[in-house]
Write a protein that binds this ligand. Structure first.
Ligand SMILES: *Cc1c(COP(=O)(O)O)cnc(C)c1O
Length: 351
């Protein structure tokens, strides 16, 4: 017998590359191309480093209060974590404790099946339709919980709120998680439904629409009882998940509504412009409502385009998986970065 027999073996999630090379155009992990709010710079300058000798506030009140105030909910409706990955991981651990399978789409955020495997949660992947949309009826059957990313990743396709509500209302006996990592770029949030459905958890992140992927801040909304349960799990795991800079700078970013609205609008405008240009070059893609476009070219292999871009210092994301291996997920960068992308693609296609 070997100790290896008792190891909790897992196949880990593979995050997108963070290249060390400077001057690369990085369109592979959906970060925001714009810097954080000026209020974040100010709060950073005013931060007392000597305070770091102490533990941070385990209740995360400055951050929770700023989020509650921005979204006009009670602080008892808010949970925060180390990126939404941590929030989602805690939610899987807390809410998915059934023998029945948790349901999520076959093409979606590829961390869901990793957490399910890690925690030994049974799961079933429901195939998206050919146009990458979700059929809510696929989620009516008996299950141990449901997870839907809206807009979905890596497709960018959104599900209308009435379809989301339909899924929640057909699953009142389990927790339904709506992962809204990209909702600020053009989909309708399920947040208003938390008062109506006590089984709904809405998960958000600072990584995409608030330009702070490096700080690792995620948050979630749910009814008081749901939030109490996930807090109990979190406090049984690690009391001090959120470090002091994340609490202080995260609150500062949340307090700048104007900057948030301005930068997300800029990303959306660039996305819509790039859609037109990619279409002219023959690319095919759905109506992305996220800060990326998931596209393929009918005459070129995804891997070839990926390699050509990479050789020209542009890095995008490609998933070597069935149904989507010809697609490239292209994050929306600044206008200059996207101009360069289009220029290199034109060169590649001989146009
Ligand atoms: C980026 C992303 C996350 C994780 O975001 P972090 O807050 O950076 O951990 C979660 N869900 C989806 C669908 C994402 O694309």
């Amino acid at each position: 017998m070997s100790w290896e027999e008792y190891v909790r073996k897992v196949v880990p999630y593979t995050p997108g590359e963070q290249p060390k090379i400077k001057n690369i155009i990085k369109l592979n992990t959906n970060e925001n191309p714009y810097p954080p709010s000026p209020l974040v710079y100010k709060a950073y300058e005013e931060t007392e480093l000597s305070d770091f000798r102490k533990y941070p506030d385990p209740t995360c009140s400055v951050l929770v209060d700023s989020i509650a105030s921005f979204y006009d909910v009670k602080k008892e409706n808010v949970f925060v974590g180390v990126g939404s990955d941590d929030v989602l991981s805690m939610a899987f651990l807390t809410f998915f404790n059934s023998d029945k399978p948790v349901l999520f789409p076959d093409i979606t955020y590829s961390f869901y099946d990793v957490w399910a495997d890690l925690y030994r949660i049974p799961y079933k992947q429901m195939p998206l339709k050919d146009d990458f949309t979700i059929d809510p009826a696929d989620y009516y059957g008996e299950n141990g919980g449901v997870v839907i990313a809206n807009p979905n990743a890596p497709t960018g396709v959104k599900l209308p709120l009435d379809a989301i509500e339909d899924i929640i209302s057909h699953n009142r006996d389990v927790v339904v998680i709506i992962d809204e990592a990209y909702v600020d770029f053009g989909a309708e949030s399920a947040l208003p439904l938390i008062d109506k459905y006590d089984n709904l958890l809405v998960v958000r992140t600072y990584s995409k629409s608030r330009s702070l992927a490096g700080l690792r801040i995620g948050y979630a909304f749910g009814c008081e009882k749901l939030i109490k349960y996930i807090l109990d799990a979190k406090f049984s795991f690690n009391s001090y998940t959120m470090n002091m800079p994340s609490l202080i700078l995260g609150a500062a970013a949340m307090n700048d509504r104007e900057y948030f609205e301005e930068t997300t609008a800029k990303v959306v405008a660039t996305r819509e412009r790039v859609k037109v240009q990619l279409k002219e070059l023959g690319f095919e893609f759905g109506d992305s409502r996220a800060n990326f476009i998931f596209a393929r070219h009918p005459e070129k292999a995804g891997k070839d385009i990926f390699d050509y871009l990479r050789a020209h210092d542009i890095i995008v994301r490609r998933f070597d998986k069935p149904r989507i291996n010809e697609y490239l997920r292209i994050s929306i960068g600044t206008d200059e970065e996207m101009d360069r992308l289009i220029e290199v693609l034109k060169e590649y296609l001989g146009k």
